[in-house]
Design a protein around this ligand. Structure first.
Ligand SMILES: *[C@@H]1O[C@H](CO)[C@@H](O)[C@H](O)[C@H]1NC(C)=O
Ligand SMILES: *[C@@H]1O[C@H](CO)[C@@H](O)[C@H](O)[C@H]1NC(C)=O
Length: 160
């Protein structure tokens, strides 16, 4: 009797664990975690949060501004706009044509490739200053010169 109840309890607990471990949940956890720390801390916090042990891993690319300035405006939106929902190491980025767009976690907003040359690769007019800061089989991290501005570049439907 006791063990049956225990089994039912365990089954329920397992179900909850699976439901709360979706890729969407991971995305929200990442956005929340990064919105509470400075740009300098983004790399370790991103890697620690997008972890198999915590839930389903989000294949993704993070662009970290090389800036100590505080995040402006809606921090969650700023974070979401710096994450591409696809793993793109620098070699993958170089295959993107100029004026193509990279989908971000900010609904309806994408990043514009403004220069696709290896020496001057830029997105939304911002230079990638340190490609492949971190790369594994799920994610890639690149450092950019300063923060991206989704209000200027985020929604250019016609340029896709
Ligand atoms: C990041 O910014 C600092 C301070 O402005 C600068 O000294 C450093 O060279 C920059 N790093 C890169 C990779 O551009
Ligand atoms: C892209 O960057 C390279 C290297 O800085 C530069 O020579 C080239 O003119 C740039 N292309 C465009 C379209 O701006």
């Amino acid at each position: 009797m006791m063990s049956l109840q225990l089994l039912a309890l365990l089954a329920a607990a397992t179900l909850i664990a699976v439901v709360s471990g979706t890729v969407e949940e991971t995305s929200l956890k990442i956005i929340d975690a990064l919105s509470h720390v400075s740009y300098e801390e983004w790399s370790p916090v991103f890697i620690a949060t997008n972890d198999r042990i915590r839930g389903e891993v989000l294949p993704s690319t993070l662009f970290i501004p090389n800036s100590s300035v505080n995040m402006d405006g809606d921090r969650q939106k700023v974070v979401a706009y710096h994450i591409v929902s696809e793993r793109l190491e620098f070699d993958d980025l170089l295959l993107k044509s100029s004026h193509s767009r990279l989908p971000t976690l900010l609904t309806g907003s994408s990043i514009l490739v403004t220069n696709n040359s290896a020496s001057g690769f830029s997105i939304d007019g911002v230079l990638i200053v340190e490609p492949d800061v971190y790369v594994d089989s799920f994610m890639a991290i690149h450092r950019i010169a300063y923060p991206l501005d989704f209000t200027t570049y985020g929604s250019g439907e016609s340029e896709a």
